[in-house]
Design a protein around this ligand. Structure first.
Ligand code: SF4
Ligand code: SF4
Length: 389
C-alpha cells in the first residue's frame, strides 16, 4: 500500500458546469428576449433543444401526432445521442457535470454548507428516501401519460428548468417559478433535492448507467478504510463497503474519488485484459463536454439538423403553395391567416378559439395556455387539412 498526499480537487467539473449554465440557460434566456422570428432565434435551440429528456418526449409524442416540443427543434435528438454515448461509457455524468439545474442546486448547496456547516445535507431515513425517490417514477409515468394525451397535463407547469430559462418571458407559468424557488431553497439544506427526488430523467440515466463501461471502483488492497469517500458522497452511498459503485443514484460527481487519500484506490475505471483502464477525473468533465456537443456539431456541419424545427421564412410562402403539413409552429396566427388564405373568423371557428383571441400569438405558444392545451400544432395541421379537403 502506498499512502501519499491527497490528490488536488479538480476544478474541471466546475468549469464545465459554469460553461453549460452560460450556454444553455443564458442562451435560452437571450433567445426568449428576442423577436420570435429573428434569425438568432432560428439558429439557437430552446432550452428543450438541449434537453435529452425533451428528446425522449419528442420521440414519444412524435409517434402520436408529431407535434410535441416542436419549439425544441430536432437538436435534442442529437443531444440525446451524445448523452446516451456518455452514459454508456461513464454513467450518469450528465447529471453531475452538464445539467444546468443540477449545477445551480449544487452551488446553492455550497452556500448551504457555509451557513449550516455540519447540519447541511443530513441523511434522510431509508424509508423516507425510498418514498421520495419513488416520486421520480410517478413524475415519469405522469409525463408519458400526458405526452400520450391520456391525461391533460404539461410538465412545464412544474418544470424548474423551464422556469429558469423563461423567467423573462410571458409564457412561464407561475407554478413552475414557485417550484424553482422551492427547490433552490431546499438545496440550501439538501444536496440537489430536485435531482435526487423529483427529476424523471435521473432514473432513466441511472438504469442506463448501470451498463456503463467505466465505473467507480475501489481497490480493497489499497483501501485503508478511512471512510472519507462515504463522508464525501452527497447522496450517502457507502462507497467504502463496495468494490464497484453500482447504485443508480451515483451521478459520477467524483467527490469520493477526489477525497480518497490513497492514490489508485478509488478510480473511475473499466476492466480490460491488462487489469483496469482508468480515466483521470480531471479529464472526465472536459471529455463529456466534448462528447455532448460532438453529435450536434457533426449534425450541424452536415446540415442534418434544424436548430428550430418550426422556423421558416414565412413571407416567401404563397397561398397557392400552402400545405397544412408544412405549417411552422413558429409563425403567428395572423401569418397563418395570410399563408392559408382564410379569414380570422374561419380560423377561430376551425380551432375553437374566441374571436378576440390575440392573433400575434405563435402557434407553438397556444397550447401553453390552460384553456387551449389541446390546440397543438399537430391539431392545427389536422384541422387545416380537413378544411382544405
Ligand atoms: S461521491 Fe462517488 S459514489 Fe457518491 S455520487 Fe459522487 S461519484 Fe457517485
Ligand atoms: S477514501 Fe474510501 S476508498 Fe479511499 S482509502 Fe478511504 S475508505 Fe478506502
Amino acid at each position: 500500500m502506498n499512502k501519499t498526499k491527497k490528490p488536488a480537487q479538480s476544478g474541471s467539473r466546475w468549469i464545465v458546469q459554469a460553461l453549460m449554465v452560460v450556454i444553455v440557460i443564458g442562451g435560452a434566456s437571450l433567445r426568449n428576449l428576442l423577436h420570435p422570428e429573428s434569425r438568432i432565434v432560428a439558429l439557437w435551440p430552446e432550452l428543450q433543444g438541449f434537453c435529452p429528456f425533451g428528446a425522449i418526449q419528442t420521440i414519444f409524442r412524435g409517434l402520436f401526432d408529431g407535434s410535441y416540443l416542436m419549439r425544441a427543434g430536432y437538436s435534442n435528438q442529437w443531444v440525446l445521442l451524445g448523452v446516451l454515448v456518455i452514459t454508456l461509457l461513464f454513467g450518469a455524468v450528465f447529471c453531475s457535470s452538464l445539467c444546468p439545474l443540477g449545477s445551480i442546486q449544487e452551488w446553492m448547496g455550497k452556500l448551504g454548507r457555509r451557513l449550516l456547516k455540519r447540519r447541511y445535507n443530513p441523511p434522510v431515513s431509508r424509508s423516507l428516501d425510498m418514498i421520495l425517490k419513488s416520486l421520480r417514477f410517478i413524475v415519469l409515468g405522469a409525463l408519458f401519460l400526458a405526452v400520450a394525451g391520456v391525461v391533460a397535463w404539461n410538465l412545464d407547469y412544474i418544470n424548474p428548468s423551464y422556469a429558469l430559462s423563461h423567467l423573462w418571458s410571458s409564457v412561464v407559468p407561475l407554478s413552475a417559478v414557485l417550484v424553482l424557488v422551492l427547490f433552490l431553497l431546499l438545496a440550501l439544506r439538501y444536496e440537489r433535492p430536485w435531482c435526487r427526488w423529483f427529476c424523471p430523467y435521473g432514473p432513466v440515466l441511472g438504469v442506463v448507467g448501470r451498463l456503463s463501461l467505466f465505473t467507480i471502483r475501489r481497490s480493497t488492497e489499497n483501501c485503508i478504510d478511512c471512510r472519507k469517500c462515504d463522508r464525501a458522497c452527497p447522496v450517502h452511498i457507502p462507497v467504502s463497503t463496495q468494490n464497484k459503485v453500482s447504485d443508480v443514484s451515483c451521478n459520477r460527481c467524483m467527490r469520493c474519488v477526489s477525497s480518497c487519500p490513497v492514490p489508485q484506490t478509488l478510480t473511475i475505471a473499466s476492466p480490460n485484459r491488462e487489469g483496469t483502464a482508468r480515466i483521470r477525473s480531471i479529464y472526465l468533465s472536459l471529455f463529456v463536454l466534448i462528447l455532448f456537443f460532438l453529435p450536434l456539431g457533426i449534425a450541424a456541419g452536415a446540415s442534418w439538423y434544424t436548430p428550430s424545427s418550426g422556423y421558416a421564412p414565412t413571407a416567401s410562402v404563397e397561398t397557392s403553395d400552402f400545405s397544412p403539413d408544412a405549417i411552422s409552429p413558429m409563425i403567428s396566427l395572423s401569418t397563418l391567416v395570410t399563408q392559408a388564405g382564410v379569414s380570422q373568423e374561419t380560423l377561430t371557428d376551425l380551432l375553437g378559439l374566441p374571436l378576440d383571441y390575440d392573433f400575434s400569438t405563435l402557434l407553438v405558444d397556444i397550447e401553453e395556455e390552460d384553456a387551449y392545451m389541446d390546440i397543438t400544432v399537430g391539431f392545427i395541421r389536422e384541422r387545416m387539412r380537413e378544411y382544405l379537403q
